[in-house]
Design a protein around this ligand. Structure first.
Ligand code: ACM
Length: 550
């Protein structure tokens, strides 16, 4: 498998190198002194044609219009108006389109849904006096606004930056995502993040057109969501976290508020309750979940694999039914993540029976099961999803022992993946050696872990989801998800530091076609995002691999 992967990567590299030469020689032909507009949009749109001509200045008087009666177009217009309003004394009016009007406008119009635009795609055409935005669905309008936002200078993010020019270059953009699933996981169990911090991440995900927020809501170190039928989980099980000090949980209304806030930004919340392992906080709250009936102490360390709910007791499945039922009732999205990882205390057959029974419970509550890649030991139903998390690339340099154990694990996983794919299961790619965003950027990064390797801004971005397990049909890949496991950090500032810049790369891996992704282009576009993060107050890592342009 590694040979195949190396071969594919080197062919892609060759093609990329060839296209870079073409780009450079084209730039070399430009007349001396000519100014070429380059766009810095991330994720890179499917196609963008820039015309040289005066920009549309969004700081001048303008109206934002929508096709009469189209509430989704009107809502997107208001999001744009709010944004432009940051830099002006008054916000642009948002009103139904008037065909007789000749004033400067940004017009949101409903397009017929066809294969090129899809439900999340959009078209933008910018001239000096008019912008038109065509989309077939609400998400497409919202994503078009995010693109317009990135076409404007970063000062548009500053609430205090009044009346500055806001040039939008003349451009025609056609865009839609490659993958349906463009996710981020927040581990709020090892260290709790308050709801306001989760909302901040939702805002930052929206800027990059990400659409799945996976919340890791329970683990050995703490239980983070109120379960009305099982109050001890939060009364007791939420009171700890890694290293002590703190803990916490979301009440039902806080969780529902997060879900709504995300939905307004076209982000689906995927709740995870990890089981049968990673359950010490539940075992400390409800003694009957332990095979010996003895309650466990709260846990503040970082070991894994030691806990499990008792797979042979009916009380366990009554508990799981209560928890899944309560969370399903607060979660409109179609997914329920059951974890399933790193179980060391069950036999393979106990594990398989457990996952298959839990899958039936999830489905009975109207949801689709998602689980970490171990769940593929079980017989999964079509519609269930498996999240691949193992490191898949050879370890660095001369670590031959690690290389051969990784290769063996990857080969075994590949067989299970093929079997699940044949059953109609889809895959979410989170290879730990690429997009586990809690891995250090550099050996001296002060927070983060390194068990899967060091993952710098380039390594994390410069791979191709289609190259993983070449035999999985492309349509079985739901998409990609970056993860922020929080064993080694605690505050939203730490979470941001590990996420940025790499989260922008995850977004591009999920959205942009392979032909629209390459490191030199991405690096150049990324260099322009630091100024936007500064305007938004994001605590990002200033990687020396990028020549920051701010
Ligand atoms: C995992 O990192 N244990 C899913």
């Amino acid at each position: 498998m590694e040979t195949t992967m190396t071969h594919r990567v080197s062919r892609t590299r060759f093609l990329r190198a060839a296209s870079l030469v073409l780009t450079l020689s084209f730039a070399g032909c430009a007349p001396p002194g000519a100014h070429r507009t380059t766009l810095s949009v991330i994720p890179n749109p499917l196609s963008a044609k820039v015309s040289e001509g005066p920009a549309f200045d969004a700081s001048l008087p303008l109206r934002i219009t929508y096709s009469d009666g189209d509430s989704a177009a009107a809502a997107a217009g208001r999001v744009l108006s709010d944004l432009i309003g940051n830099t002006r004394a008054t916000m642009p009016h948002v009103e139904p389109a008037n065909p007789d009007s000749t004033s400067r406008s940004i017009a949101f119009r409903r397009a017929a849904k066809d294969q090129t635009i899809g439900s999340e795609g959009y078209r933008i055409a910018v001239s000096e006096s008019t912008i038109t935005v065509d989309a077939a669905g609400p998400a497409g309008f919202f994503y078009a606004v995010q693109t317009l936002r990135q076409l404007m200078p970063p000062l548009v993010e500053h609430e205090a930056a009044y009346v500055k020019p806001l040039p939008i270059p003349q451009v025609t953009i056609d865009d839609r995502p490659t993958f349906e699933w463009r996710g981020l996981m927040l581990d709020v169990a090892r260290h709790f993040l308050p709801a306001t911090d989760v909302k901040r991440f939702i805002d930052l995900m929206a800027l990059y057109k990400m659409n799945r927020l996976h919340l890791h809501l329970s683990d050995d170190q703490g239980w983070r969501i109120e379960i009305p039928s099982r109050p001890r989980l939060t009364e007791h099980g939420s009171q700890s976290q890694v290293g002590g000090k703190g803990g916490g949980f979301y009440t039902v209304s806080e969780y529902e508020d997060i879900v709504r806030y995300a939905a307004d930004r076209f982000i689906v919340v995927v709740p995870e309750i990890d089981m049968p392992g990673h359950t010490n906080s539940a075992l400390a709250s409800y003694p009957e979940l332990n095979c010996d009936g003895q309650k466990r102490e709260l846990y503040e360390g970082t070991n894994v694999g030691f806990s499990s709910v008792c797979p042979s007791k009916e009380e366990t499945f009554v508990f799981i039914d209560d928890v899944i039922g309560d969370i399903a009732a607060m979660t409109p999205g179609p997914y329920f993540h059951v974890g399933g990882d790193e179980v060391q205390t069950l036999t393979e057959s106990e594990y398989i029976q457990f996952i298959e029974r839990v899958q039936r419970i999830v489905e009975r509550h109207g949801k689709r099961l998602v689980g970490w890649d171990e769940v593929s030991f079980a017989n999964l139903d079509s519609g269930s999803r498996v999240q691949l998390w193992r490191p898949l690339w050879p370890a660095s340099g001369d670590d031959a022992a690690l290389d051969s154990s990784r290769a063996a694990a990857a080969a075994a996983l590949k067989r299970r993946v093929e079997r699940s794919a044949a059953n109609g299961v889809e895959f979410i790619l989170s290879p730990a050696d690429r997009i586990y965003l809690d891995m250090k950027y550099h050996s001296s990064t002060v927070i983060g872990l390194s068990w899967a390797g060091i993952s710098n801004v380039r390594t994390s971005y410069d791979w191709n989801p289609d190259d993983i397990f070449g035999q999985i049909p492309r349509k079985a890949i739901a998409g990609v998800e970056g993860t922020l496991w929080s064993e080694s950090f605690a505050t939203v500032h730490d979470f941001e530091y590990m996420a940025f810049p790499r989260l922008a790369g995850v977004a591009e891996l999920g959205w942009s076609d392979p032909e629209r992704r390459d490191w030199p282009s991405y690096r150049g576009r990324l260099s322009k995002h630091a100024a936007r993060w500064q305007a938004l107050g994001v605590n990002y890592y200033r990687s020396p691999l990028v020549d920051w342009d701010d």
